[in-house]
Design a binder for this molecule. Structure first.
Ligand code: ZN
Ligand code: ZN
Length: 376
C-alpha cells in the first residue's frame, strides 16, 4: 500500500511549524471523529488513523528528521516488526480517540465524551531510597469503580434489555437548531451511548460498574525518582455501561534518606573523621546502598576533601549507567575531652608553637601574613 505523504495528509507545507501542524491535526481530527461520521464510520476512522500517524511523526523531532530524510522507509522495518524501532505508534483501537481529545481539552474527559470512558486515577506511592534505587514490587489498594460482574458492564438485567435509544436512534447525538445553525449535542436521553437500559441491573443500578477497592501489584523499575510516574493502562475507573476504563497513574515520591542525598544518579554523603585520622591517614568504613566499603583517607586530609566511589550511586532509569557516590570529608573538632586528652593536645600545641616555621598550618600562616600586610 502506497502511503500518502505525511505533510499532504495534514495539508501543511514541509516548512510548517509545530503549532501549524498541531492546528491542522486538530481540525482534521475533529472532521474525522467517528461521532461526526456516523454514516461512513470505517472510512472516517481510516482517515483519522492516517492523520494521527502523520501528526505523531511530524511532532516528534527525531521521527520527523528521520521522515524528512528517508520518507516512509524510515519506519517500515519497525512497523513490520510490530512494536516499531521508533517505539511504534500505539494502538489505534479503543483509546486512540480519547487520548488525543484529552490532549487538546486538558483531560476534559466526560464533558463532551460520548463514550463515558472511566476516569483516570492517580495513586501516590512513597518509596525509600533503597527501594527506588533497586526497584521494588509494591501492592497497592486503590478505591475505584470496577465493571459490574453481574451484568458484565451492560447495566441491564438481560442483554435483551439494552435497546437502541429512541431520541437519537442510536447515534448518541442530537441536532439542535439555533437560528440558522444546526448544533450537535450529546443525546440527553442516553448521554451519548446510543442505547438505553429498559430493566436496570439491581447490583449496579444500571451503571454497569460498582465501587470496589482494587488490589494491584505494581512493579517499580530500578532508578525511579520523585516525580516519575507509571501508567497502568486500563486500571483506572471502569467506564459507565461497559465503556473503556481509564488509566491509573502511579506517582513516585522518594523519601529523604538519613545518610545519602540524591542528585539524579549520583549520591552524596558526609564522612566525619577525627583530627588524628585526618592528620595521620588511615581507613574508614563508609556506607553505600549495597553495604559498607573501606575508604583510604590519605595523611593530611582536610575538611571538604571529596572522594568519589565509582558506580556506587543509583542506576539510571533509562539506560544502564550507574552513578557515583561522593564522600565529603568533614574533620570534626574533638569534644568531651578527658583531662589526659587535653594534656596531650596541650603538648601538641606547645610543639607547634616551638616550631617557628609554622609549616604544620600553612593556611593559617598564609592567612595571618595577609592580615599583617593589610594593616601595614
Ligand atoms: Zn450490573
Ligand atoms: Zn440517545
Amino acid at each position: 500500500m502506497a502511503k500518502k505523504d505525511y505533510y499532504e495528509t495534514l495539508g501543511v507545507s514541509k516548512s510548517a511549524s509545530e503549532s501549524e501542524i498541531k492546528k491542522a491535526y486538530k481540525r482534521l481530527a475533529m472532521k474525522y471523529h467517528p461521532d461526526k461520521n456516523q454514516d461512513n464510520k470505517d472510512e472516517a476512522e481510516a482517515k483519522f488513523k492516517e492523520v494521527k500517524e502523520a501528526y505523531e511523526i511530524l511532532t516528534d523531532p527525531q521521527k520527523k528528521a528521520a521522515y524528512d530524510q528517508y520518507g516512509h522507509a524510515a519506519f517500515e522495518q519497525g512497523q513490520g516488526a510490530g512494536a516499531g524501532g521508533f517505539g511504534g505508534f500505539g494502538g489505534f483501537g479503543g483509546g486512540a480517540f480519547d487520548d488525543i481529545f484529552s490532549d487538546f481539552f486538558g483531560g476534559g474527559r466526560g464533558r463532551s465524551q460520548t463514550t463515558s470512558r472511566g476516569n483516570d486515577l492517580q495513586y501516590n506511592i512513597t518509596l525509600t531510597l533503597e527501594e527506588a534505587a533497586a526497584g521494588v514490587s509494591k501492592e497497592i489498594k486503590v478505591p475505584t469503580w470496577v465493571s459490574c460482574d453481574t451484568c458484565h458492564g451492560q447495566g441491564a438485567e438481560k442483554s435483551s434489555d439494552v435497546v437502541t435509544c429512541n431520541t437519537c436512534h442510536g447515534s448518541g447525538v442530537v441536532q439542535m437548531r439555533q437560528g440558522f445553525f444546526a448544533v450537535q449535542q450529546e443525546c440527553p436521553t442516553c448521554h451519548g451511548r446510543g442505547k438505553v437500559v429498559k430493566n436496570p441491573c439491581k447490583k449496579c443500578h444500571g451503571e454497569g460498574r460498582v465501587q470496589k477497592t482494587k488490589t494491584l501489584s505494581v512493579t517499580i523499575p530500578a532508578g525511579v525518582d520523585t516525580g516519575n510516574r507509571i501508567r497502568l493502562s486500563g486500571e483506572g475507573e471502569a467506564g459507565l455501561n461497559g465503556a473503556p476504563a481509564g488509566d491509573l497513574y502511579v506517582q513516585m515520591q522518594v523519601k529523604p534518606h538519613a545518610i545519602f542525598e540524591r542528585d539524579g544518579t549520583n549520591l552524596h554523603c558526609e564522612i566525619p573523621i577525627n583530627i588524628a585520622l585526618a592528620s595521620l591517614g588511615g581507613e574508614v568504613e563508609v556506607p553505600t546502598l549495597n553495604g559498607k566499603v573501606s575508604l583510604t583517607i590519605p595523611p593530611e586530609t582536610q575538611t571538604g576533601k571529596m572522594f568519589r566511589l565509582r558506580g556506587k550511586g543509583v542506576k539510571s532509569l533509562r539506560g544502564s549507567t550507574i552513578g557515583d557516590l561522593y564522600c565529603h570529608v568533614v574533620v570534626e573538632t574533638p569534644v568531651n575531652l578527658t583531662s589526659k586528652q587535653k594534656e596531650l593536645l596541650k603538648e601538641l600545641a606547645e610543639s607547634f608553637k616551638a616550631d617557628k616555621s609554622s609549616k604544620h598550618s600553612p593556611k593559617e600562616k598564609s592567612f595571618f601574613d595577609k592580615v599583617k600586610k593589610f594593616f601595614e
